[in-house]
Ligand binder design. Structure first.
Ligand SMILES: Nc1ncnc2c1ncn2[C@@H]1O[C@H](COP(=O)(O)OP(=O)(O)O)[C@@H](O)[C@H]1O
Ligand SMILES: [Mg+2]
Length: 342
């Protein structure tokens, strides 16, 4: 019997509820400090307690997962807590293409894949001396917006960078990626690509509430100016959005271009399973993609009972977690499991 497992964080509840609904055994790798939370949910069949998520890199835990025939569903926590090499070294089957997670973590590789996808992207700024306009400085990996900052000049950049170095958050310039700030309405576009039926499904859209940048609008300008704090972009939660229907055609087209580009650049299977294109719409309805996530995003937690878009494809509530489990179920039945795990 195959079980579906994930790390206790991010979107674990959605993933395991979806797995249970599709008839799988469910397994959670859980840090001891969170045991009480996850014990509340009876769709979690087995909990493996660890001190830290990195423990699964140890043989002892890997054996336990293998005994349960576990397929791991990767999410943001896996990426933020392990290096790409560590993730690639995991011997337990991982849903999707684990090799593409490196392309998510490394901002330069990420940019390359977005260019290959012919997405409209913000200009990156290779050197702080070239900062002229509003620029965002971001860390590598899925740092979740912590330690990101806005700047408009080299001088200001250096002050903020040094502040982060003093706080021990970064080591130096090489930990920061500089990108032109894209103005507009933010939208995080959630997709699922099935290699089994070669089809791209558009699942929904979320927006992020990021602290403390999203709180700033509540403070009048004179007070904003006098506050000496560098606002960060740390995600606190998500809210839903639906798009003007006329924008949907390009939504599908962008997703398909991304899948095609990943097939060319990222062996062995390109972009399979869930992913997200993240960016902003400008006044002409043009989307600028500032980054992507090559796995399930926590913004899909909004749609545990289905979204305004999944309702058109499924006559039952379909969450992203459940869609993943269904893909595994179909792949198993058809003897195609090698196409959906790496
Ligand atoms: N080029 C950009 N223009 C405008 N906002 C941006 C840009 N890049 C990032 N952001 C903001 O910063 C947040 C975090 O950046 P992102 O590239 O998504 O990094 P992460 O990998 O940490 O999610 C985004 O959700 C968005 O609010
Ligand atoms: Mg992001």
């Amino acid at each position: 019997m195959t079980s579906i497992g994930t790390l206790g964080s991010h979107c674990a509840l959605q993933v395991l509820k979806g797995a249970k609904d599709e008839g799988f055994e469910t397994l959670l790798v859980c840090e001891k400090k969170r045991e009480r939370l996850y014990r509340r949910f009876n769709f979690i069949d087995k909990i493996i307690l660890v001190e830290s998520f990195r423990d699964i890199l140890e043989q002892k835990y890997a054996s336990q997962l293998n005994e349960q025939n576990t397929i791991i569903i990767p999410h943001g926590t896996l990426i933020s807590q392990m290096t790409s090499s560590e993730i690639e070294s995991i011997k337990i089957p991982i849903f999707g293409n684990k090799w593409i997670l490196r392309w998510e973590s490394d901002r330069m590789m990420k940019e390359k894949l977005m260019i290959e996808s012919r997405l409209h992207i913000p200009k990156s700024i290779p050197n702080p001396t070239e900062i002229n306009d509003l620029t965002i400085a971001k860390r590598h990996g899925a740092a979740g917006g912590k330690g990101y900052f806005l700047t408009t000049s080299e001088k200001d950049y250096k002050e903020k960078r040094d502040h982060l170095i003093n706080q021990g958050i970064i080591k130096g310039d090489s930990d920061l990626y500089l990108q032109e700030y894209a103005f507009g309405v933010s939208a995080y576009l959630q997709y699922f690509y099935s290699p089994i039926n070669n089809e791209l499904e558009f699942f929904g859209i979320d927006r992020r509430y990021e602290s403390d940048i999203d709180g700033l609008g509540r403070i009048p300008a004179p007070q904003q100016i006098s506050v000496d704090k560098i606002p960060s972009f740390n995600v606190i939660g998500n809210s839903p959005l639906v798009l003007r229907e006329s924008l949907l055609e390009e939504v599908y087209s962008m997703g398909e271009r991304f899948v095609e580009a990943a097939k060319r650049l990222v062996p062995p299977v390109g972009m399979t399973g869930p992913f997200c294109l993240e960016g902003v719409y400008n006044e002409d309805g043009q989307f600028t993609t500032f980054e992507f996530s090559a796995r399930i995003v926590a913004g899909t937690n909004l749609y545990v009972d289905g979204s305004p878009y999944t309702a058109f494809m499924y006559n039952e509530p379909m969450s992203m977690g459940r869609r993943i489990a269904r893909e595994i179920k179909i792949a198993k039945k058809d003897g195609k499991i090698a196409q959906v795990v790496t």
